[in-house]
Design a binder for this molecule. Structure first.
Ligand SMILES: Nc1ncnc2c1ncn2[C@@H]1O[C@H](COP(=O)(O)OP(=O)(O)O)[C@@H](O)[C@H]1O
Ligand SMILES: [Mg+2]
Length: 380
């Protein structure tokens, strides 16, 4: 395989997988993973993440489309001939071999005689030097997962595939391993494709996230892009939480030199920056994140000039220390969430309080009203 080309991005073009039983697990899919990036495939169970990874690894052959790394077409290449390694959730270490021998395995199989130096380097990378002579059963789950990582990395793959590698670990260990994985990826500079159903995990680690739903990529971008400017109700609900309010789209306008789309939202005209408007005619969902909604007792001043609403009532109040989470019932009878940071500026408002609320127009987004407002909530 030629490695002459300097751009070794992973590129999936119109890749599709229909299983023998006729079920299409992956709809024609386009993905570009830049060389050296940390890429996450995020989506609920059953959306086709593992199938996609297995096609990159060569464990499944696509029904259509191509898989390339740089200039090389590897769609039909045998798994062991691909510059790709996979780390699974069940690390599948060899129980009778020491940690060092587990890590050396790939090199020895390829006939490399002197493995000591590379093994030592890898153990250092995953911080397991002191455990080299132990057997897998003597290590914790997180340590075993790091051995699995070292065992894959020692083969110097161009692309490392990770299929829910932290799924078996408890929450605290998972959080620690997320940071650890990110550090290791930065240090080795390889392309990582990480599959997870955990949105926080994807956001913590990835440069780019592709959100998958029912065999399709709904949106791809940086964690910030996806969170701040979701294009579909599924992404708006699966990544964090969103308030979606029905409105009727009036049309484009200019506001302080910027292009906006105006929407009649339950009798109040709100404007949405054009680059955040993903519907332009008819009905739309006006989206706003709970932490962007500011609340104050009725008639009090709120520091969010723009979209202002009166006549709401607090339905529930959850004080969780760092913030207070309110549910408000609006004048038009909809319940919306508002999260207030506990800066000490205002006391906690009990249920029943009459309130006004507002948000800055630049934080709102606009989605197509033909999409299900509850898409992605249950999976989340
Ligand atoms: N060998 C197979 N034959 C038929 N259907 C399969 C097969 N493997 C997976 N599927 C189905 O394809 C869909 C996607 O599976 P998978 O890629 O494992 O999803 P994920 O990893 O996102 O949970 C699921 O509905 C699953 O049941
Ligand atoms: Mg899976």
């Amino acid at each position: 395989m030629s490695q002459a080309s300097d751009n070794r991005e992973l590129r999936l073009t119109q890749v599709e997988k229909t299983y023998a039983n006729g079920f299409t697990a992956v709809q024609p899919l386009d993905l570009v993973v830049p060389q050296g990036s940390f890429f996450a495939l995020l989506g609920p169970s059953g959306c086709g993440k593992t199938t996609t990874l297995r096609m990159v690894a060569g464990l499944e052959i696509p029904t259509a489309g191509t898989v390339r790394i740089g200039e090389s077409d590897i769609t039909y290449e045998k798994p062991y001939k691909r510059p790709v390694n996979t780390v699974f959730q069940n690390y599948a270490l060899f129980p009778h071999l020491t940690i060092a021998d587990n890590v050396a395995f790939g090199l020895r199989r390829r006939g490399v005689k002197n493995t000591a130096e590379q093994v030592a380097q890898m153990l250092d990378l995953v911080e397991l030097t002191t455990q080299a002579n132990k057997k897998p059963a003597q290590l914790s789950g997180g340590q075993q997962q790091r051995v699995a990582l070292a065992r894959a990395l020692i083969n110097q793959p161009e692309v490392l595939l990770l299929d829910e590698p932290l799924g078996a670990l408890d929450l605290k260990l998972r959080r620690a391993m997320q940071l650890e994985l990110k550090r290791i990826q930065t240090e080795v500079g390889l392309t990582f494709v990480h599959v997870t159903h955990d949105q926080e995990e994807a956001m913590t680690m990835a440069d780019t996230i592709a959100v998958m739903n029912a065999g399709r990529v709904e949106q791809m971008g940086s964690p910030e892009e996806l969170y701040e400017n979701p294009r579909t109700t599924f992404v708006a609900n699966f990544l964090g939480q969103s308030n979606l309010i029905k409105g009727s789209i009036i049309g484009k306008d200019t506001l302080a030199g910027a292009s906006v789309v105006k929407v009649d939202m339950e009798g109040t005209i709100v404007s949405i920056p054009e680059e955040r408007a993903h519907a332009i005619t008819g009905a739309g969902w006006v989206g706003i994140r709970p932490e962007k909604v500011l609340v104050a007792p009725a008639g009090e001043n709120i520091d969010a000039p723009g979209s202002h609403f009166t006549g709401a009532t607090i339905v529930s109040t959850s004080f969780i220390g760092v913030s207070t989470q309110y549910v408000l019932r609006t004048a038009w009878g909809q319940e919306i969430a508002a999260f207030e940071q506990n800066t000490g500026a205002r006391g906690v408002m009990p249920p029943g309080t009459a309130v006004d609320f507002s948000w800055r127009p630049e934080f709102a987004f606009l989605l197509d009203a033909s999409q299900d407002a509850s898409a992605g909530i249950e999976e989340h």
